[in-house]
Unconditional design. Structure first.
Length: 65
């Protein structure tokens, strides 16, 4: 998707199925619609290990016992 894309998600039948939206550890409950876009004002550095497979690490973190 282009960096300037905006995505809108509309919740259907929220009286029967309440919807929550979560981003960056902030939760908003009982939402009817959510709009998502990229924020380029925040910079960060992603560190990684050349000897480690990222996909394997993600699976280990998700399904660690």
């Amino acid at each position: 998707m282009p960096h300037e894309a905006r995505v809108r998600i509309d919740a259907l039948d929220t009286d029967k199925r309440p919807v929550s939206a979560v981003a960056d550890y902030t939760e908003v409950r009982d939402v009817a619609a959510v709009e998502v876009n990229e924020n380029r004002d925040i910079a960060m550095t992603l560190l990684f290990d050349h000897d480690s497979n990222l996909e394997e690490r993600v699976l280990k973190e998700q399904f660690a016992s």
